[in-house]
Design a protein around this ligand. Structure first.
Ligand code: ARG
Length: 257
């Protein structure tokens, strides 16, 4: 199954290259089909990841309760993070839920739903290593490709090198093996990773920036955006969002004013 997920993550981008664009499904088409198609990455714990052969995580379970609210079945595609926006623009699925932070650049090509959590990018390093932005001067940092962490690293003055990795597990491994001096990722991903690897000698450091994370949809699919936003508001009202938030974070991660 893991193998299948990996295979799919290669096959999907390939079919994108060969397949060309389909048509974005409007709400009516989605509703008539009875199934909504979502993409995620599957390597970003605790948001979307594999537990054995099962795709799970806060975002995976959240999308499932949202689909249920909409009265639809949910069909998953597992797509590498850096390929998701291009794939969405080619209408390979109806939306992606993979911790996309809002950026003006992304908003030029996709629409963002209302945020489903608020978070921040955090530095992690070996004990005694560079744990603050200023300490990164002259140091190397590992980040996942195409993320807001990569963008944030580019803005830090004096960084010696930014190394990009396909996923955060690879970026963490690089830090562990001291191929980079620091790693920047989501604060909850850092916490989850460090909790699972207590012997790595790696600790969390300064928060670099904060962000609002949303599902992304093809541009201009207004009715779909309304339906997803409405369903998200509903699951926030009926307590199912809070239950998932407690399960994965032991706190409420929703964005509060
Ligand atoms: N929040 C970051 C961003 O917006 C990282 C998201 C990475 N998502 C993932 N599934 N690996 O770029």
């Amino acid at each position: 199954m893991r193998f299948l997920a990996r295979l799919l993550s290669v096959v999907i981008p390939l079919t994108l290259l060969i397949g060309g664009a389909a048509n974005a499904r409007d709400w009516k088409a989605i509703q008539e089909s009875g199934t909504i198609k979502a993409a995620t990455e599957g390597a970003f714990q605790p948001f979307n990841y594999y537990e054995g052969s099962t795709l799970t995580g806060f975002e995976v379970e959240l999308a499932e309760v949202i689909a249920k609210k909409l009265g639809l079945k949910l069909e998953w595609s597992v797509v590498p993070f850096d390929a998701q926006i291009a794939a969405l623009k080619q209408d390979r699925f109806d939306f992606a839920i993979a911790s996309h932070g809002f950026t003006e650049e992304r908003a030029k090509s996709v629409d963002f739903a209302n945020p489903h959590y608020c978070t921040g990018g955090q530095i992690a390093a070996h004990k005694g290593g560079p744990l603050t932005v200023s300490a990164l001067n002259g140091k190397s940092v590992g980040v996942q490709l195409a993320t807001t962490y990569a963008g944030a690293a580019q803005k830090i003055k004096g960084i010696k090198a930014i190394k990009t990795y396909k996923g955060d597990p690879e970026a963490f491994s690089a830090l562990r093996a001291k191929k980079v001096d620091a790693w920047i990722s989501d604060k909850f991903t850092v916490k989850g990773t460090l909790d699972k690897n207590p012997d790595a000698g790696i600790v969390g450091g300064e928060l670099v920036f904060v962000e609002k994370v949303s599902m992304i949809m093809p541009k201009g699919n207004k009715e779909l955006a309304e339906k997803l936003n409405h369903a998200l508001a509903e699951v926030m009202k009926d307590g199912s969002y809070q239950a998932l938030s407690q399960k994965y974070f032991k706190e409420d991660v929703s964005c509060r004013p």
